[in-house]
Design a binder for this molecule. Sequence first.
Ligand SMILES: [Zn+2]
Length: 390
Amino acid sequence: MNAVNESSRLELEDLRREVGHAGGWAPGPTVVFVAGLHGNEPAGVIALRRVFRDLEKRQIAVRGEVVGLAGHLEALARNQRYLERDLNRVWSRRRVEEVESGQAPDGPETREQTDLLVRIRRAIEHARGEVNVIDLHTASADTPPFVILGDTLRNREFGRGFPMPVVLGLEEHILGTLMEWVTGLGHLGLAIEAGRHEDPRSVDRHEAAIWISLVLSNAVSSSDVPDFAGHLHRLERASSEIPSLVEVFHRHAIDSGETFVMRPGFKNFDRVRAGAPLATHDGREVTAERDARIFLPLYQKQGQEGYFLARPVDPVWLAVSAFVRRLGLPRIVHWLPGVARHPELRNALVVNTRIARFFAPKLFHLLGYRLESLEGRKLTVRERDRGPAV
Ligand SMILES: [Zn+2]
């Protein structure tokens, strides 16, 4: 165990679910931070402790309510990603229903999720303004800090306020994240990746991201934050080499029991050329299918994704897509050939990819739809900005 791990172990002693709580009197937003949904990612928890300590010590005025929650208490105590199943893959609507009605099979993750759900629901119920949920993570590879979000206009506007890159499209490749569930409820939900698990800078960057989240939420005034400019500068400097907007387009999945070994030396967002060897999977070499940026290469034992591939997106695209969404074009897209309203799901469309192959899926991203499933030629897409498709 190295020095960083040792000191973070000390800082995690007496850890409870509620890491901190502030405000509750003056009207304003409700901001919920979750840290350590993965037990080997204590940086966010330590950063939350620092911020709540400062809020109290400096008597900083808080509008609305700020809640800090530790994610996986048992896994944090063991410095392990999870015990039986990944606690950031269990937030599908169906699974949440099972957990809340007591139908989910008992296990360590079910117990953690049950408690988290009670607390997040309570915070939402008490909210008198907007609800913003920020999920704090670190990665197994070296990485500059960045923001992950589901592409609703509200998430996007908020996410662009951070001086670090925004990553789109991950939620189409990873199902059941907390962020996705929160966004589906119609609230703001995003995740922050601060750096490598053991890197002490990850704690500083999470601290910066927490303060910036509080200011962007209008819960705290920037002039009250100790060294706010320094926090902005820290994130900006750490991620200046990375395009400001990146889209994930490929996921390399690992099934249980398979052996996956990433080639050493990849940093997050590194450029890879088509055909470049990336990893060995069950003894076979895996190469990049096209020129791309490597995203979240796996350098730890637990995980269902070996790596992702991503590509930069032109920021002009953001302006264009915001424009067409505000015009209401998503509402008439079913007039296009090969596109029909979904027979059961609200806000969803079924696309015949044989007919609509020239414009799907880029057009649907532009219009604010996420890809839900592809069966044969039947592609289902759902609009993000109109709440859950009940
Ligand atoms: Zn994580």
